[in-house]
Structures are given as structure tokens and as C-alpha cells.
Design a protein around this ligand. Structure first.
Ligand code: A2R
Length: 321
């Protein structure tokens, strides 16, 4: 039985990853940050996990967690994951995303035969004048916001540990991924939650949106975590891979698709206050390298993903604003 370890296990992706790892016969342990994170993990999953409370910015605490355990693969998801939050809290973003990664690398490098899977981000590509072609892993790293810089520097640390200590590392650059359980600070959840409030008659049938013209490359989180596991299991040397759909769409298309499956007639109100400053207007990626190496490709259609997100919100008894 393979032993997997997840940092950020109580987060959106961490929970999906834990579920799939358990379903595929792994033992799973992981780090969560706050007491308030624990109830976020479904009891059915939680009872099968070994959990450690640890702030990854605390080097000694991280070393303590790994001093007595044996793991095959560490999936490092814990992060300040929200781009605007990182922009407004750069010191915290660097502390968690960069220094936290360093603390983990330092602890994991001494575990024999372990593999370190860093979840970076497409934001490392930044706002490049590449036209609207798909980013590949050989494109330059030119982050244009704080979050992208924190992830780029985490990647560099990862590479340096691979070279200096022979640590096996895989770096993923996921593009936007969406699914049930994602926070409402992310666009698909925000729209779905508003739609469900309208369906319930809680608010007027008008959805408030930001910039609908930016393009993003959306994948279902369940496809994304399956990529992490396939690569974590099968790739034995170091690697760097995009994870994406290869099919960037505008936020308008995402919204139109959601509205087409909603149970209400809804009008759209654009609120320019919701436009992000310093936002990249285009992200589209190629997953060819990962496909060539592992055979992975996304399989869940966008309509299915969005239906599942809507159904998730419909099941919540109280959809607060
Ligand atoms: O901040 P919390 O208490 O919600 O916990 C988050 C956790 N985390 C930490 N864990 C340990 N020590 C820290 N200093 C620390 N700071 C944050 O990481 C949360 O449970 C988790 C991240 O989960 P989400 O914010 O839901 O992100 P998501 O969407 O699961 O993204 C996973 C990865 C991240 O590396 C993103 O940057 C990347 O995928 O796109």
C-alpha cells in the first residue's frame, strides 16, 4: 500500500485528492492548519486519515511532523491560494508559499525514496505577449503578480533540492480548476452560489459579475487530482507539467453554460468594482507533455462539472452571501 501525504489536506483540492487516494488503495496522512479547518473534511473521509495540525511556516513544527513518519509521495498543496489575497498580503504569501515550501523540502529530503510533488500554478507564466496560444512548459517564467512570484520561487527551491540532494520532485502548473467545495472567492462557485440563491427566491433574479471577457482554462478538480496521482505514481525522475483542459474559454461562456442549466431566468449585472487590478486577461495551457508522458487527459465535460457545482450549492442548507 502506497503511503501518500498531503499538505493543505482540508483545502478544496486536498479533500478531492484525499478521497481519490483512499479510493485507489493508498494510506493517506496530511497537514491541516487551523482547528477551524477540520470540520471542513467530511467525516467519512476524515476517519480514514492520519492528520497533523501544523503551520508550514513553522520550520521546527514541520520537521517534527516528518521526523517519525515514512511516506512515498508528498503532495504539497498548502498555500495562500487566492491571487487577490496574495496581492494584498505579500509577506504572508511569501511566508507560506515560498518559505513554507522550503521548510517542507528540508524535512522531506531526508526521507529515503520519497517523492515531492509541488503544486505550483499557471500564474508563473504571467502576462506574456504570446498572443492567444497555449502556454507550454518551455515558455519563460515571467509572473506578473505576487502569487505568481511566490509560486515561481517555490519551483526554484524545488529544483535546487532536486539538484543538491537528489530529491525526486514533480512540479505541476495547474490552470483554473473548479468543483464542489471550492470557496466563493473563485468564479464558478461565486456564480453557482448566486444562482442557487435566486432559484430559492432569496434574492432578485439578477447575477452580479466581474469582467466576463477574460479567458481561462478550466478543468474539473477530479481530473486534476487524478493527474497528480498518476504522475506521483508513475514518474520516477524529475518533471514539470501543465495540468489544464487545453480549451480556454471566456468567463462569459462559463456563465452562459451555468445559466443554461439553472432553474431560473436570470439577468446579468456587470459590476466594474469586481474587476481585478493587475489581472491577466488570458490563460490557456497545453497538457501535451503530461499526456505524452502518462496518457493523462481531462475526461469530465464542463457541463457535468458545472451541474455538479450547482447541485453542491443546492444541497447547502444555508447559502450565505
Ligand atoms: O488557510 P487555511 O487554514 O484555510 O488552510 C489552507 C492551507 N494553508 C496552510 N496549511 C498549513 N500551514 C499554512 N501556513 C497554511 N496556509 C494555508 O492550505 C487550506 O486548507 C490549504 C489550501 O487550500 P485552498 O485555499 O482551498 O486551495 P486549493 O484550491 O485547494 O489549492 C491547492 C493548491 C494551492 O497550492 C494553490 O495555490 C494551487 O493548488 O492552485
Amino acid at each position: 500500500m502506497k503511503k501518500a501525504f498531503i499538505t493543505g489536506i482540508a483545502g478544496f483540492v486536498g479533500q478531492h485528492l484525499a478521497r481519490l487516494l483512499l479510493d485507489t488503495g493508498h494510506t493517506v496522512s496530511g497537514i491541516y492548519c487551523m482547528d477551524s479547518d477540520l470540520p471542513a473534511i467530511e467525516p467519512e473521509i476524515r476517519k480514514n486519515l492520519t492528520l497533523y495540525q501544523c503551520d508550514i511556516t513553522d520550520k521546527q513544527a514541520v520537521a517534527g511532523v516528518f521526523s517519525n513518519i515514512n511516506v512515498d509521495v508528498v503532495y504539497h498543496l498548502a498555500a495562500v491560494s487566492h491571487v487577490p489575497f496574495a496581492e494584498h498580503n505579500p509577506a504572508r504569501a511569501f511566508d507560506v508559499n515560498t518559505m513554507g515550501t522550503w521548510n517542507l523540502l528540508d524535512a522531506v529530503k531526508d526521507i529515503p525514496h520519497s517523492k515531492f510533488v509541488l503544486i505550483s500554478s499557471c500564474e508563473v507564466y504571467g502576462r506574456q505577449s504570446c498572443g492567444r496560444r497555449l502556454f507550454t512548459e518551455s515558455d519563460p517564467v515571467l509572473p506578473s503578480n505576487v502569487y505568481g512570484v511566490t509560486k515561481a520561487s517555490a519551483e526554484m527551491l524545488c529544483n535546487s533540492y532536486a539538484h543538491r540532494y537528489g530529491l525526486r520532485t514533480i512540479i505541476f502548473r495547474p490552470f483554473n480548476h473548479i468543483g464542489a467545495g471550492q470557496a466563493c472567492t473563485f468564479v464558478a462557485s461565486d456564480f453557482a452560489r448566486q444562482i442557487v440563491r435566486i432559484e430559492r427566491g432569496d434574492v432578485a433574479p439578477e447575477i452580479t459579475v466581474g469582467n466576463l471577457d477574460v479567458m481561462r482554462d478550466f478543468s474539473d478538480v477530479r481530473d486534476v487530482v487524478s493527474a497528480y496521482i498518476i504522475a506521483g505514481e508513475t514518474i520516477s525522475d524529475n518533471g514539470l507539467f501543465n495540468v489544464c483542459s487545453g480549451n480556454p474559454i471566456t468567463i462569459r461562456t462559463l456563465l452562459d453554460t451555468l445559466l443554461s442549466i439553472a432553474n431560473a431566468d436570470i439577468s446579468i449585472k456587470v459590476d466594474t468594482e469586481k474587476f481585478r487590478k493587475n489581472d491577466n486577461d488570458y490563460f490557456g495551457g497545453s497538457y501535451k507533455k503530461l499526456f505524452d508522458r502518462t496518457g493523462w487527459k481531462p475526461v469530465i465535460p464542463l457541463e457535468k462539472t458545472l451541474t455538479d457545482i450547482l447541485n453542491y450549492w443546492r444541497k447547502q442548507s444555508y447559502v450565505k452571501y
